[in-house]
Write a protein that binds this ligand. Structure first.
Ligand SMILES: Cc1cc2nc3c(=O)[nH]c(=O)nc-3n(C[C@H](O)[C@H](O)[C@H](O)COP(=O)(O)OP(=O)(O)OC[C@H]3O[C@@H](n4cnc5c(N)ncnc54)[C@H](O)[C@@H]3O)c2cc1C
Length: 817
């Protein structure tokens, strides 16, 4: 066994599929001075007992990308590293019991096509042809994924490990990491075999990631579920079929019942995600043992009975087979079910590649992403879906992790509907006026844990969860959202917006430094402006509003979910000897949005502020005897103000505005109305329309680039892109004669039978009565008036490129009124 080296550039803690893939990809990138430390033997965590299914399907573009990459890597890996492996590409059938499921499949098919895969949606006859043993009761159709398959997880890990070792990386087994400490700018990793110094550390400890995280002072948001599959003995009919056809059956996923069924040799493997699921190691009475290497939980067949019966009815030959083995192992979950890949929040030179629920399917892609984070500080694809910073501190509370983990496990295959708010783990962060707006009829959803009103129901409206399980535009909310939008257009609306992230940047030199970080101008004192941060490739990292108080004090305001990401982006780029400081003030303030033509009259009744100050200005005032800052901007695209207040004063200020507003037609409005209103203005949302998948130029944000600034991050790349010609452009599309649904993100755009772009968001504009899609289109087609096709859940509609100006109030006259 190789001895522990005293130094390395990177140390990876954990030798499962993900740790090994990370090591392999670092070595392939030329970073060979890397060491992987494994507590026991490679694969001894979750990897050894994984079923090894490798699907590409996902309703998320980035996860699909990662999984597609894995399948491509695995196909060539045995040859690339000279390590034979069992990898069967059998294809899979994902069964649909409902029209909504078929819609989900149609969107995934479009995404798959766009990624170069031949995913298809097939009818019942075709299912039967591809899977002769199936009974097709209740089925509407299926998604056929030809790249799906299964791999031996242990062989995969060993192959990746061999590839890494051959390139010069090291693997030390039976070497548990027991602690870490920071010494100057290095990490000292303490192990049972001694200490190793390194520049960068990666937590790839799988279900033990929380334990390793604690060594860094980091609370990893995660919990552990028990997950089982049952292996069946040989089925003669299956053996005969396989022999005759020279292949295995495609994998079957009955996602609406919630299990998969796969041919395993000439038997079957049944793996349910049970609704009556079980968490493990969740409390003081049930601690995680110090070592669980190569161990399993006891079988728990009772939980599986329902799924077994369903599978036998679906594939009756299964009923003839004896059960040979049950595998019940630990599987970790984050509160949204996606893994953690990227910078470890708040900890320098430390990364996470852990808490994988599908670490075999995603391991290949995860290694690529992690290696990019380490070697380049950025990733090829926007990977926000897996970025550890998407969770802030509230999400690490054990009770939150447990209820969310169980909710996701029990609904692992659930369709993600745009208006469905998952019920568990709610009410974590409440606005001081939560009860008031609830009494007004608000339905809620959580934004970085903050409960915000989505729409306001009236007596008799259906506010059930079931009513939201649809992709259709119309539902119980539709008329109300429309009324809210029209109230904002014709009178005034107020939206309670707790949890806006806000940071103060304060001290001499702060504005000069900020100017180097952003593409455009930092506003002058007394003004507010939008600023865009690009990375070195000119891609859109984030957008913030800056409220400039004076020469040396600014408040940067950004999305609730961007809190940790944006703070860290700023903090990590500040010079060590900075003469200014950055502080997170999110918890101290709250915001109300007041918008609509009557908003000035309402404010005039409650404060003495100068309400003639123009758009993009701000001022302090007093409302109901409490301090407030009025910022004259409106994401709703009407005359309006953001009213920033101290959290404790929110209720008094809301009450004063609410009372004053009654005779002016003031109505509460929610996030759904705000989304509709902003679409009509072409305002982008972060990680929807704005992401590192696009450059600032592609994003149509050139008016926020000040080319004559001596320098700013991303300038060289953007200049070069401008010279070479921008290849795709942000466009606003109006969908003609739309069907029942508006375009979700990553709906494909078509021209001449080819995919020429994708949507980044879509919805219905009630002020203009049109279905709108924002998206990215091949540059030569981005001319206003060009007609293209948009595919929405499998149906094509004509969509017309609009002028590069807002659909509503193109000259911003209402905003400036
Ligand atoms: C029954 C079952 C079936 C599954 N089927 C599939 C499937 O079909 N497809 C799929 O994609 N996924 C599947 N999974 C999930 C899959 O097993 C995991 O997502 C995957 O194995 C995670 O890999 P990993 O490398 O992140 O973690 P692990 O394999 O758990 O590796 C982490 C490693 O870190 C080591 N470690 C921990 N602490 C330390 C320390 N202090 N010092 C050094 N080393 C340490 C551990 O010993 C372990 O080897 C299944 C899981 C279960 C339970």
């Amino acid at each position: 066994m190789a001895g522990l080296p005293s130094t390395a550039r990177v140390v990876i803690i954990g030798g499962g599929a993900v740790g090994a893939s990370s090591l392999y990809h670092l070595a392939k990138a030329g970073w060979t001075d890397c060491v992987l430390l494994e507590k026991n033997e490679l694969t001894s965590g979750s990897t050894w007992h994984a079923a090894g299914n490798v699907p590409t399907f996902s309703s998320s573009w980035s996860l699909m990308n990662m999984q597609r990459y894995s399948t491509e890597l695995y196909r060539g890996l045995a040859d690339a590293v000279d390590y034979p492996m069992n990898y069967h590409v059998t294809g899979s059938l994902r069964l649909a019991h409902s029209a909504e499921r078929m819609q989900e499949f149609q969107r995934a098919k479009g995404m798959g096509l766009y990624q170069g895969m031949n995913i298809d949606v097939i009818g019942v006859d075709e299912i039967k042809r591809r899977y002769p043993f199936i009974e097709t009761h209740e089925l509407k159709g299926a998604l056929y994924d030809p790249s799906d398959g299964d791999i031996d997880p242990a062989q995969l890990t060993q192959a990746l490990a061999k590839g890494a070792r051959d390139l010069g990386a090291k693997i030390i087994r039976f070497c548990p990491v027991t602690g870490v400490r920071r010494d100057k700018d290095e990490w000292v990793v303490v192990t049972a075999q001694g200490e190793i110094r390194c520049e960068i550390v990666v937590n790839a400890a799988g279900y033990r990631a929380a334990e390793v995280g604690r060594m860094f002072g980091r609370d990893v948001p995660m919990m552990v579920m028990s997950h089982q599959y049952i292996l069946f003995e040989e089925i003669p009919e299956l053996a005969a079929w396989s022999k005759e056809n020279g292949s295995k059956l495609p994998l079957l996923r009955d996602v609406d019942t919630s299990y998969y069924l796969r041919q395993e040799k000439n038997g079957m493997n049944l793996g349910p995600y049970e609704r009556n699921c079980r968490a493990h190691w969740v409390g003081h009475n049930d601690p995680m043992p110090d070592d669980f290497s190569f161990q399993l939980f006891p079988d728990d067949l009772d939980r599986l009975e329902h799924y077994l019966a369903d599978a036998v009815a679906r594939v009756p030959i299964l009923g003839t087979a004896g059960l040979s083995k049950v595998i019940n192992g630990p599987i970790p979950y984050t509160p949204d079910g996606n893994p953690l890949i990227g910078p470890m929040p708040g900890v320098p030179n430390a990364f996470e590649a852990c808490v994988f629920t599908f670490g075999i399917a995603q391991g290949g892609g995860a290694g690529k992403v992690l290696a990019e984070w380490i070697t380049q500080g950025q990733t090829e694809w926007d990977m926000w879906s897996c970025d550890p910073r998407r969770f802030t501190s509230f999400a690490s509370a054990p009770d939150y992790c447990i209820v969310k983990g169980m909710e996701i496990y029990g609904n692992e295959y659930a369709i993600q509907f745009p208006r469905h708010a998952w019920p568990e783990g709610r009410d974590r962060k409440l606005s001081p006026i939560h009860d008031r707006i609830k009494a007004l009829g608000a339905s809620f959803d959580a934004y970085n844990g903050w409960e915000r009103a989505t729409w306001y129901a009236q007596d008799g409206d259906d506010v059930s969860e079931e009513a939201t399980l649809t992709f259709r535009r119309e539902g119980p909310w539709y008329e109300r959202v429309r009324e809210e939008c029209l109230a904002v257009r014709d009178a005034a609306g107020i939206l309670d917006l707790p949890g806006f992230s806000r940071f103060n940047l304060e001290g001499p030199g702060a504005a000069e430094w900020l100017s180097l970080q952003v593409t455009g101008l930092v506003p002058k004192p007394g003004r507010i402006g939008l600023i865009y941060f690009a990375d070195d490739k000119g891609r859109i990292v984030t957008e913030m509003s800056v409220v400039r108080h004076d020469e040396n004090l600014m408040t940067l305001i950004t999305a609730a979910v961007a809190q940790w990401h944006d703070f860290e982006w700023l903090k990590s780029r500040m010079p060590k000897d900075a003469t200014f400081k950055l502080s997170d003030r999110t918890e101290e303030y709250s915001t109300q949005i007041l918008a609509g033509p009557n908003s000035r009259k309402i404010l005039a009744e409650v404060c003495a502020a100068d309400l003639s100050l123009p758009w993009l200005t701000h001022q302090e005032t007093s409302i109901a005897g409490h301090w407030a800052r009025l910022v004259r901007v409106s994401f709703a695209g009407e005359l309006g103000w953001e009213i920033h207040t101290r959290v404790d004063d929110t209720a008094a200020i809301f009450d004063a505005i609410w009372a004053a507003g009654q005779k002016h037609g003031l109505k509460p409005f929610g996030m759904y109305a705000l989304d509709s209103l902003r679409l009509e203005k072409g305002y982008r949302t972060w990680k929807g329309d704005l992401s590192t998948d696009y450059s600032v130029l592609q994003g149509g944000l050139e008016r926020f680039i000040k080319w004559d600034k001596p320098d700013f991050r991303g300038k060289a790349a953007l200049l070069s892109e401008k010279q070479q010609g921008v290849k795709k452009r942000f466009v606003t599309l109006v969908v003609e004669n739309p069907g029942d649904c508006d375009a979700p993100s990553v709906s494909t755009l078509w021209h001449d039978g080819k995919i020429v772009g994708e949507t980044t968001s879509g919805g219905y504009g009630h002020r203009i009565d049109k279905s709108i899609a924002l998206g990215m289109l091949r540059a030569d087609l981005a001319e206003p008036g060009t007609a293209i096709e948009i595919e929405i859940f499998g149906d094509r509609f004509k969509a017309v490129v609009q002028k590069d100006e807002p659909l509503w109030d193109p000259r911003n006259e209402r905003l400036r009124a």
